[in-house]
Design a protein around this ligand. Structure first.
Ligand code: MG
Length: 385
């Protein structure tokens, strides 16, 4: 028996071209969570996306993206423009080294938050490229545990919606095969929260997974009282009951309640997420690859969470997180949002409560030409091969 080395190229590939594109993708309906009701933020009208496309000397291509809500889109684009030239001439396979190189290039503004969020677009494009080169879906390149992931809908359950509207949208989600429903709470009138959850639970019946999301607007006392009042509804989890940085508060709450407690979406580095994992402060880890700096740092924390047996339910961007969730050992969920669908030519298939991992190579997405209409800035570095 001889090994087939025909395809093993000894020549190192090089990154020769990077295209960056800043896009403001409008939402069909403006939405409000508890941060709007407490006056801290305005209703959300669009998503600011930063797309990165990378090409190599040998003709390989990868696409990744990051995003921000309400502020920071132009700053992410500006920072990505400053660091993208550091990729030119580099071997696209050395993703961990390139992540460090980009972080060091921008070390003066820190290794968390806006700078690493900009790097996330480039990092994700490198992972997409590597998986495309291997002709594998990203989940398979990482080492998959499953071909589909349980999914729930969030976009129908915001606070500006009446309870009738939430129930109607929940029914439509379940009819199309989505496996659970999340609704926003955190209304200043706590009784109103409870009556809305009561109505939705009654309408859905006992067997449909139902989650609530407080978007950080309770203090510890309120979270404990509301958490206890909500136990009767057999919720899948209570999300962001407290300030995103209150590790001890989350630890106390998750120890006291039967209902699982989750957080992580607002954390903007792997270290910040690690603080929760090391302390065992949550039951459901909900970090977000674009927000923590890309697929590379996301996976580092996910592997720590695996050793603690945590549930993984990454926040938003199902287009990326579906692959990362499929490669996680324990119970996992992806969040269904149709918001980003206009950016892509492909749609994710949903069946029997699960989102199916696409069998296309990489993330499995190509950019739709209508993105041009929402593009606010673009730039190129290097030369196309
Ligand atoms: Mg949330």
């Amino acid at each position: 028996m001889s090994l087939n080395l025909r395809n093993a190229s000894t020549e190192k590939d090089r990154i020769v071209y990077v295209k960056l594109r800043s896009v403001n993708l409008p939402l069909k309906t403006a939405v409000s969570d508890a941060k709007v009701l407490t006056g801290r933020q305005n209703a959300l009208k669009d998503v600011a996306l930063l797309f990165a496309e990378i090409e190599t000397q040998q003709g390989f291509y990868g696409m990744g993206f990051t995003y921000t809500l309400r502020t920071g889109g132009p700053a992410q684009f500006a920072f990505a423009n400053e660091v993208a030239p550091f990729l030119i001439g580099e071997d696209p396979n050395d993703i961990s080294r390139l992540w460090s190189k980009l972080v060091w290039a921008g070390a003066s503004v820190g290794r968390s938050g806006l700078s690493t969020q900009a790097i996330a677009a480039l990092d994700t494009a490198l992972w997409d490229l590597k998986a495309r080169r291997a002709n594998l879906p990203l989940s398979k390149l990482l080492g998959s545990h499953r071909d589909s992931v349980r999914c729930y809908n969030t976009s129908g359950g915001y606070l500006q919606a009446s309870v009738e509207e939430i129930i109607e949208k929940a029914g439509a989600s379940l009819d199309r095969g989505i496996g659970g429903v999340k609704m926003k709470v955190g209304h200043p009138d706590r009784k109103l929260d409870l009556s809305r959850v009561n109505a939705v639970r009654k309408a859905l019946g006992d067997n449909t997974p139902l989650m609530v999301d407080v978007n950080q607007q309770w203090d510890r006392t309120t979270a404990m009282r509301m958490g206890r009042a909500l136990e009767q509804y057999d919720l899948q989890w209570i999300e962001e009951p407290l300030d995103a940085y209150d590790v001890e508060g989350h630890a106390m709450l998750s120890a006291a309640l039967d209902t699982p407690v989750g957080t992580g979406e607002m954390l903007v580095s792997a270290d910040e997420v690690s603080a929760y994992v090391e302390r065992g402060a949550v039951d459901v880890l909900m970090h977000d690859a674009p927000r923590v700096g890309g697929v590379t740092p996301f996976l580092k924390v996910a592997s720590q969470a695996e050793s603690k047996g945590m549930i993984l339910a990454p926040h938003f961007v199902m287009e990326i997180h579906l692959h990362l969730a499929a490669a996680y050992a324990h119970e996992t969920w992806v969040e269904h949002f149709e918001w980003l669908e206009p950016a892509f030519n492909e749609r994710l298939e949903i069946r029997n409560g699960h989102m199916i991992v696409p069998d296309r190579p990489g993330l499995g997405f190509t950019l739709h030409e209508q993105l041009a209409g929402w593009t606010v800035a673009e730039s190129e570095v290097g030369k196309r091969p």
